[in-house]
Design a protein around this ligand. Structure first.
Ligand code: LRH
Ligand code: MN
Length: 429
């Protein structure tokens, strides 16, 4: 496959360097005038990383249909090659979050080596008890970890423990547990007993965790269940994480809330009580749309990163949530969408460093609402494009990753090498 080499990137950067230099120097002067240290900000931006989902590099779909594009990844090795390109160009995504059994292979040492050959490591592993696999003895139609049948719960527990074992072989340090368990009719299931079964089942998984691992509980308001979902909100997730122990934390998928929910306040609460384990970044307008991060509400993403900056200021360097993307790319080249999303997430984070925290706290204490709002918004109103581009440049990445990717012909080469995938099958992957 045509590798996007460092020389090719350097060539592509060369024609953009003069404009970039001019823009960066102008921004650096502006930031210094506002009392910030541009060099420290570039270093901070260079250190930021967000994991990409292995399931995100294939074209996604909905329950109605999926329209695969050219050069679809055929297996997890193709997925890693595509994830490698995203990191080579953005220098923001050195790790991949895999999903099992979608990424199942015979030899996990070989898979780990394959990732390494693309400069990648593995982030949190994801279990899957929301689909029935071919040959699976018991169905998850009526739930998995909370199913009324003990045998089904044990099957789901065993799968999660197997994911932990796979993760250990891959060098991962966390298990993400999202279950679709719930009901479609009032009365269909006991809301109390379902939650107790969840606590029992996750406790069994928790006991199998290595000491240095985390278990990330992912809540979701609805879908696939449409009346009640066992872990439907941060409250249920927090109660479970509290009940399980210190290795259990909550994962916030931005798309898993009702449209009007104040997600940044949830972030603040969970961080305050040491239970903010990580994120699935994406964007949405209606439901769990899994759209590209910051493509609908960039200000909301900024506000989330403002709360993360506040939490880092009050908790200190031990505050280290896992940053991951979880999106479905139905109409774009998934590699381009993931690069753009990683850049938008890095942008929100860099902007959140540009708030005068002391002045903001003083205005808040003085109930000077407008000054406080303007001080908070100052970061969001700063175009940090040259700063995050400078961080990419210094890390060996592309000044314009999407233009460089298109010029490199990777997708066309993939289309030549990988047989066209059949259209039509519904589903997110
Ligand atoms: C559920 C979810 C979960 C993944 C799946 C692919 O909606 O966000 O994180 O397992 O998407
Ligand atoms: Mn998710």
């Amino acid at each position: 496959m045509s590798a996007i080499t460092t020389d090719f990137i350097a060539d592509q950067n060369r024609v953009r360097l003069a404009d970039h230099r001019e823009d960066f120097d102008a921004l650096a002067r502006k930031l210094a005038r506002r009392g910030f240290d541009p060099e420290a900000l570039v270093k901070d931006a260079t250190a930021f990383a967000v994991a990409v989902p292995s399931w995100g590099v294939g074209t996604g779909g909905t329950r109605f249909a999926r329209f695969p594009g050219p050069g679809e990844p055929r297996n997890v090795f193709d997925k890693l090659a595509d994830c490698g390109v995203i990191n080579t160009l953005t220098r923001l995504t050195p790790s991949v979050s895999p999903h099992f059994p979608w990424d199942k292979v015979k030899d996990y040492a070989e898979l780990r080596e394959a990732a390494k050959s693309h400069g990648l490591t593995f982030d949190a592993v994801n279990s899957n008890t929301f689909q029935d696999q071919a040959g699976q003895p018991l169905s998850y139609k009526f739930g998995s970890l909370t199913h009324t049948d003990k045998a089904v719960r044990e099957q789901a527990i065993a799968h999660n423990i197997e994911c932990v074992e796979i993760g250990r072989a891959l060098g991962s340090k966390a298990l993400t547990v999202w279950i679709g368990d719930g009901s479609n009719f009032a009365g269909q299931s006991s809301l109390a007993r379902a939650f107790d079964r969840y606590l029992d089942s996750t406790a069994a998984i928790y006991r199998a965790l290595p000491d240095d691992w985390r278990m990330l509980l992912e809540h979701k308001l609805f879908e696939p269940a449409f009346y009640s979902t066992v872990i439907s909100d941060w409250g249920s997730s927090y109660l479970a994480a509290q009940h399980l122990g210190p290795k259990a934390q909550c994962l916030v998928d931005l798309g898993h809330h009702a449209p009007t929910v104040n997600i940044e306040q949830i972030v603040s609460r969970l961080a305050r009580f040491g239970k903010l384990g990580g994120f699935h970044f994406n964007d949405s307008k209606y439901g769990d749309d899994d759209l590209d991060a910051a493509s609908v509400s960039p200000f909301r993403l900024y506000l989330v990163f403002h709360e993360l900056a506040e939490a880092t200021r009050s908790i200190g360097p031990s505050f280290a949530p896992a940053y991951m993307i979880d999106q479905s790319h139905n109409v774009t080249d998934p590699i381009e969408s993931l690069m753009q999303s990683a850049i938008e997430i890095a942008r929100a984070r860099a902007q959140a460093q540009l708030v005068d925290a002391e002045a903001l706290a003083a205005a808040q204490e003085a109930n000077d609402a407008l000054t406080a709002h303007r001080l908070l918004k100052a970061g969001f109103l700063t175009d940090v494009s040259p700063l995050i581009a400078e961080a990419r440049l210094r890390a060996g990445g592309a000044l314009d990753p999407i233009a460089t990717y298109r010029a490199g012909g990777y997708r066309a080469a993939a289309a030549r090498e990988r047989p066209a995938a059949a259209a039509g099958s519904a589903g997110i992957v």
